[in-house]
Ligand binder design. Structure first.
Ligand code: MGD
Ligand code: MGD
Ligand code: SF4
Ligand code: MO
Length: 755
């Protein structure tokens, strides 16, 4: 669109945001970033949070390398990091807003038209159907400042009560497990714990593929550690481990209770720590009585002797750390599995000390920012919407009328989908997630998006499966084209920088939110939210006195000089001014004056519940929601395929280099014995069918999946046609990793169905 045309169609703010050079790093690279220089920026893919050195020429990024001076990655990066600039230059970038026309095609419009349509249609829905008829879905892949702005604008400005994030698909289980067990969503570790453990237990975590640079940290461990992998598949990480337990899918709970049973029987528990820092151990001990290794052997397929041997290793008094990712979180009983690991750490006193911990590894670059500051599942700063004191505090800090803060929790992602199906939710705004590909049981989700009166999708690309279903597409700047901060897996806040101009009319999400506040008529409530750094200072205030206190971080420059800073990092000034709210139990934990040192939580043995104690939580294992049967005899596992693929591939598929590193077309890993029995040869097309849908994939014959199981990476759009909509009751996280399927050689299937 021509500049003049844009000017005639848009209001003064739009014009300033799209065109004005300089301000807040908008129209050009900020003056502070001198041409021909190198600036650090935290990677925008996974939660490891590597720092990349971006090389600028005439103020624009031309190349990057891994930053050797950052305490996270120590000069290393994985293929995605090295290729982080490539997706920015892709030809399918959304460069103007798009609006669906009467003939149902998406046509370019200017920002003014797009904003007016967005606001008119959402306000109409709100007026006609009430506030519960609108919802948004957010992400863990935009900076914390943008997440906070989105959540505050939607709930406190636009009156949209229901919002959730793609973190529901990912971290909800860990969040719930930590909140229930520790009293706050507080992953206790620091990356140095990879290097300081004697025993590392990885559960449902394929570090070599999903967090390759964290695996490099494991390799730096000089204590000759035992590396134990618990995963039904012989993953790349299992191959590199010292022992692998290929448990049956979803037998984790039985398996970990048996370990606890044996540790208790051997008397290898830390009685002093249990008495001082925990509550509920006696009940747990009584519960464990029937959970013998013999019983777990039956459930898991692992011989009893190996279970006892592992229990003795964990109870040996060595430094043991437990690490889990999606093999635990994405389960219908994931919260209890995560807590079974927390229980093992607590009962052996493996927490708060070097090389220990019950440690959930995060997924997306800023899932931790989303967990604490997106205003979705919790009120800003790890608070609770249902707590009147918390609401009053947030209203006071943000200078808002108290009744603008909702007093109930949002619906979860699955409930938003249900609401659309039932016709209760009619307007949906999706920011930086590709639901039509990634949500469980895709056939249902996609049909539902068409049912909405208005779907707004805000993305870097107009070509995503979700954007293609939108009524309005808002073109967003991506990583590298905007400023802000991310919080990584070890709670380290690091800075991302604008090193390139976004294409066409695309705007940073931050500026889209500013624009929307103006068009909605609530900009006065966000007068202070004028730049990412201004919001960072608001977040400092909002965090003060909370366990995630970052009030001591002085600003972006402080983050730069410190090499990122882990929360909590409190400032006593804020704590005093907040004296009406009681300090959290461990706010007396000494704060190091400088955070270049790595820090872990709970060194003082005090947790965030009011009594300062961690809780033992447990439940009887339940059967799989959809177990294999005579008609659907295989168990489908899904997950990450290669270190070069990211999720729904909107970004990684744009790099020529990355595309060479993974199979272009969907494939399915099948055990050789099953393949022989079914007459399937290597690369044959195979039809995989569940009760919900089917797909055809190339057969990859291997021994890495066990007989009776198959594995399909999540990166291909077909995968979620098969998955089963079941959820953990505590966290509402989808059970992506196990459902029942048929495996049929494609040719034979065609003959069979034709007959
Ligand atoms: N290259 C790459 N890296 C990524 C991502 C990416 O898309 N690509 N995504 C990022 C994100 S958001 C996330 S959440 C993380 C995910 O990181 P991971 O969780 O490590 O990756 P997944 O492959 O999803 O799942 C891990 C393992 O769980 C196992 N599993 C399945 N069922 C069970 C079970 O019942 N019990 C046990 N014990 N294990 C089971 C699977 O076999 C799989 O090997 O990766 C992050 N890093
Ligand atoms: N079967 C199966 N399904 C799964 C999983 C599994 O293991 N198995 N894993 C689940 C997990 S853990 C996760 S985290 C989800 C991930 O699922 P999604 O969140 O849907 O995956 P992404 O491809 O990362 O989608 C991010 C979207 O945001 C856009 N984007 C990137 N940066 C920006 C930005 O700065 N601003 C805006 N506005 N847009 C941006 C991208 O183009 C992309 O369309 O998938 C889940 N789905
Ligand atoms: S390991 Fe994660 S944070 Fe590090 S370069 Fe790779 S994708 Fe980026
Ligand atoms: Mo994730």
């Amino acid at each position: 669109m021509k500049n003049t045309l844009l000017r005639s169609w848009t209001g003064p703010l739009t014009e300033r945001l799209v065109r004005a050079p300089g301000e807040h790093g908008l129209g050009q690279v900020p003056a502070a970033l001198k041409p021909d220089t190198v600036v650090p920026s935290v990677c925008g893919f996974c939660s490891t949070g590597c720092s990349l050195s971006v090389h600028l020429k005439d103020g624009e990024a031309v190349n990057l390398s891994a930053n050797p001076g950052y305490p996270v990655n120590l000069g290393m990066a994985c293929p995605k990091g090295w290729e982080a600039l490539a997706p920015l230059a892709a030809p399918d970038r959304a460069t103007t807003p798009l609006l669906r026309k009467d003939d149902s095609t998406l046509a370019p419009v200017d920002w003014d038209t797009a904003m007016r349509h967005f606001v008119d249609r959402f306000k109409t829905i709100q007026r006609e159907h009430g506030p519960d008829a609108l919802a948004w879905l957010g992400t863990g892949q935009i900076p914390t400042e943008e997440l906070a702005f989105l959540g505050a604008l939607a709930k406190f400005g636009m009156g949209i009560r229901h919002g959730d994030g793609n973190t529901r698909q990912c971290m909800a289980t860990a969040v719930t497990a930590y909140k229930q067990s520790f009293g706050f969503d507080a992953p206790p570790y620091t990356y140095a714990d990879f290097e300081e453990s004697d025993v590392l237990v990885f559960v449902g975590s394929n570090l070599c593929i999903a967090h390759p640079i964290l695996w490099q940290r494991v390799l730096r461990n000089k204590r000759s550690p035992e590396i134990v992998v618990i995963d039904p598949r012989t993953t790349e990480t299992a191959m590199a481990a010292t022992s692998h337990f290929a448990i049956r899918p979803k037998s984790d709970l039985s398996f970990f209770y048996a370990l606890a049973h044996q540790i208790l029987r051997d008397g290898s528990i830390d009685r002093e720590f249990l008495a001082r820092s925990t509550t509920g151990f006696d009940e747990f001990a009584a519960f464990l009585a029937p959970h013998t290794p013999a019983r777990a052997a039956e459930a898991s397929g692992i011989p009893e002797e190996r279970i006892i041997e592992l229990a003795r290793l964990i109870g040996s008094g060595k430094r043991v750390s437990f690490w889990w990712t999606m093999g635990v979180n994405q389960s219908y009983e994931g919260t209890r599995v995560a807590q079974a690991l927390i229980n093992l750490a607590l009962m052996t006193g493996n927490i708060g000390k070097p090389g220990t911990g019950a440690n959930s590894i995060t997924g997306q670059c800023n899932a931790m920012g989303s967990r604490l500051f997106s205003n979705t599942t919790g009120l800003l700063g790890g608070r609770d919407f249902t707590n009147p004191a918390h609401r009053a505090e947030v209203a006071r800090i943000l200078e808002l009328p108290a009744d603008t803060i909702p007093d109930e929790n949002s619906l979860g992602y699955d409930q938003i989908i249900d609401g659309i199906e039932a016709g209760r939710i009619k307007g949906l705004w999706i920011v930086a997630t590709n639901s039509a590909h990634s949500w469980i049981q895709q056939n249902r989700c996609n049909g539902l998006l068409d049912k909405l009166d208005c779907l707004v999708v805000q993305d870097m690309y107009a070509s995503t499966e979700t954007a293609q279903a939108a009524d309005i597409v808002l073109p967003a700047a991506g990583w590298g084209e905007k400023d802000g901060t991310f919080i990584n897996s070890e709670r380290r806040i690091g800075r991302i920088r604008k090193v390139r101009r976004a294409p066409g009319q695309a705007l940073a999400d931050f500026h889209i939110f500013q624009l929307l506040a103006r068009y909605w008529g609530c900009a006065d409530r966000f007068a202070r939210w004028e730049s990412p750094e201004a919001v960072f200072h608001i977040l400092r205030e909002l965090s003060a006195g909370q366990p995630c206190d970052i009030s001591g971080i002085e600003g972006y420059d402080h983050l730069d000089t410190a090499g990122g800073i882990q929360w909590p990092y409190a400032n006593s000034k804020f704590r005093i001014s907040n004296s009406e709210s009681p300090p959290p139990p461990n706010s007396t934990t000494p704060q190091l004056p400088d955070s270049t040192t790595e820090r872990r939580l709970f060194a003082d043995g005090r947790f965030h519940h009011a009594d300062g104690r961690a809780r033992f939580l447990f439940d009887e294992p339940r059967p799989l929601p959809e177990a294999p049967c005579a008609d659907f005899p295989f168990t489908l596992l899904t997950g990450r395929g290669t270190s070069a693929q990211w999720h729904t591939q909107t970004r990684t598929a744009k790099s020529d280099v990355l595309r060479k590193l993974y199979p272009q077309n969907i494939y399915v890993e099948i055990n050789l014995t099953d393949a022989v029995a079914l007459g399937i040869r290597a690369n044959d097309p195979v039809t995989i069918r569940s009760r919900r849908g089917e797909l055809t994939a190339a057969a990859h014959l291997c021994h890495t999946v066990q007989p009776g199981q198959i594995f399909i990476p999540m990166h291909y759009r077909e995968t979620n046609r098969l998955t089963h909509s079941s959820f953990d009751p505590h966290s509402r996280q989808p059970n992506y990793k196990a459902c029942a399927v048929q495996v049929l050689p494609a040719a034979r299937y065609r003959t069979h169905s034709a007959g």
